[in-house]
Design a protein. Structure first.
Length: 159
């Protein structure tokens, strides 16, 4: 039977119509998975692996007040991601240290790298400033929330 022939009976449809419908449903599912409403609260599970050089060491991470890193571990103009602790520590200028959540505000992925003055999420390409956590490149529309860090000598800890 060709598509030009008349189909009869209840619910009868051509193969072309059936495949078109299946394709439309598949495309809608893909688009829904890629979209985001930025309504997450930053507490979702991470969905992106963080490079081994950007994570902290040891099981579970330090508690508040316990050393997280030494100041020499954080490069000037860059930063370091501590995924287990949920924090990114940056050093925008020599001796100036900032803390931000390591969870992207777009769709709750863990940010992946700190490079070129930005904190980058490789899930969908969002980039945030190492100075104030503001959005430098979408799709995220909200900044990374600040995290309070404390300097004691050359030690950085979560406050």
């Amino acid at each position: 039977m060709s598509d030009d022939q008349v189909l009869t009976g209840p619910g009868a449809q051509s193969r072309r119509a059936l495949l078109t419908g299946v394709g439309a449903v598949g495309a809608a599912a893909v688009l829904a998975a890629c979209g985001g409403d930025d309504s997450g609260d930053g507490s979702g599970a991470p969905t992106t692996a963080v490079s081994p050089t950007a994570t902290s060491t040891g099981g579970g991470g330090p508690a508040a007040g316990q050393p997280l890193a030494k100041t020499t571990d954080i490069p000037v103009g860059g930063g370091k991601i501590f995924a287990k602790e949920g924090v990114v520590v940056t050093q925008p200028k020599p001796g100036e240290f900032k803390g931000f959540s390591s969870i992207c505000t777009h769709q709750n992925c863990t940010v992946s790298r700190v490079e070129g003055g930005t904190i980058d999420c490789l899930c969908h390409g969002s980039r945030f400033s190492i100075v104030d956590g503001s959005v430098k490149a979408p799709p995220a529309t909200r900044p990374l929330p600040p995290r309070t860090i404390k300097l004691t000598g050359d030690q950085i800890s979560l406050d």
